[in-house]
Design a protein around this ligand. Structure first.
Ligand SMILES: Nc1ncnc2c1ncn2[C@@H]1O[C@H](COP(=O)(O)OP(=O)(O)O)[C@@H](O)[C@H]1O
Ligand SMILES: [Mg+2]
Length: 257
C-alpha cells in the first residue's frame, strides 16, 4: 500500500495583502516535508509576511494554502517559530530556562511553567540545542548566538514538524552564524524537521539547503537550490552583479563586488 504524504506547504495561486496593498501574489508550489529551504528577497518583499501566513496569523487574500495538510491556524504546535528580533524586552531579566518554558502551549510566565512535566520538556529542549550550560543565566546576559539557541529551544518545545526562522543570523558574527546554521542543519537532518530559514545572505546556508523560496517583483517562487543559485538569477533578484562559484568538490559560493 502506498501512503500519500502531504507536502509541508502547498500553495495554489496564493496572494497576500496588508493594509489594502498586495505584498506578493502568484505563489504555486509544493514544499516537501523534510526539506530545508532558504527564504530570500529584498527588504519589504514579504518574507516575514510569508511566515505570518504559515503561522495562521494572516490569511491569504487569494488562492489556497495548506501547511502540513491543514489550513493554517494560530498556535499550531506542529510549527516552531523563531521570530525576527527575538530579543523580547521582558525576556532580558528572566532565565533562559523560563524563556524556553514560554514556548509550551498553554503556559504563561509563572503559570504552569514550574510543573514537573514542563521542566523536563524544557531541559530536553535546552539539551537539544546545547544550551544546558547557560540554562540558568539571564537571557539578557548571554551572547547573541546563545540567545538564538535559546529561541530555537523555545520553538522546539512542542516537537514541531516544521521550523520557521526569521533572519536568525542577523547581528551574529561569522562564528555565531556557522554555529546556528549547523544546529538548524542537525535539527533538519537528524529529526526530519522541515525548515524554512529567512536570510539576507545565502552563503552560510548553501551547503545545507535543497531549495529556495524567493520573492521577486511581487511574486513568490520556489525552486531547487541549483536552479536558483546562478549568477543570472541572483543578479536579477538582488539588482546588483552577483557571481556564483562552484568548486569541483560540490561547494558553492556567491559573491558581490
Ligand atoms: N502590519 C502591517 N500592516 C501593513 N503593512 C505591513 C505590516 N507589516 C508589514 N507590512 C508591509 O508589508 C511589506 C512586507 O513586509 P515584510 O513581510 O515584513 O517584509 P520582509 O520581511 O521581506 O522584509 C512591507 O512593505 C511592509 O511595510
Ligand atoms: Mg522580515
Amino acid at each position: 500500500m502506498t501512503s500519500q504524504v502531504a507536502p509541508a506547504i502547498r500553495m495554489r495561486d496564493v496572494a497576500v495583502s496588508r493594509g489594502g496593498r498586495t505584498i506578493w501574489s502568484g505563489a504555486t508550489m509544493d514544499v516537501p516535508q523534510g526539506s530545508f529551504t532558504a527564504v530570500i528577497g529584498p527588504n519589504g518583499a514579504g518574507k516575514s509576511t510569508t511566515a505570518a501566513l504559515l503561522l495562521g496569523t494572516l490569511a491569504p487574500s487569494n488562492g489556497t494554502l495548506e501547511v502540513l495538510g491543514e489550513k493554517p491556524h494560530k498556535g499550531n504546535p506542529k510549527i516552531g517559530f523563531v521570530p525576527q528580533n527575538h530579543t523580547l524586552a521582558q525576556a532580558g531579566t528572566i532565565s533562559c530556562r523560563d524563556v524556553v518554558g514560554l514556548g509550551v502551549v498553554g503556559t504563561r510566565w509563572g503559570v504552569g511553567i514550574r510543573s514537573k512535566n514542563v521542566r523536563k520538556q524544557v531541559a530536553e529542549a535546552l539539551e537539544a540545542v546545547d544550551a544546558t550550560k547557560f540554562a540558568d543565566a539571564r537571557f539578557g546576559n548571554i551572547s547573541g548566538g546563545q540567545q538564538q539557541r535559546v529561541s530555537i529551544a523555545q520553538a522546539l518545545i512542542t516537537n514541531p514538524e516544521m521550523l520557521v526562522l526569521d533572519e536568525p543570523l542577523s547581528g551574529l558574527d561569522l562564528h555565531g552564524q556557522v554555529e546556528i546554521v549547523e544546529l538548524v542543519h542537525k535539527i533538519n537532518h537528524d529529526l526530519g524537521v522541515t525548515v524554512l530559514f529567512v536570510t539576507h545572505d545565502l552563503n552560510p546556508l548553501l551547503a545545507h539547503i535543497d531549495s529556495i523560496y524567493y520573492i521577486y517583483d511581487g511574486v513568490a517562487h520556489y525552486g531547487s537550490r541549483d536552479d536558483v543559485v546562478t549568477a543570472e538569477m541572483l543578479t536579477k533578484m538582488y539588482g546588483t552583479p552577483v557571481q556564483v562559484t562552484r568548486t569541483d568538490d560540490g561547494c558553492i559560493y556567491t559573491r558581490t563586488d
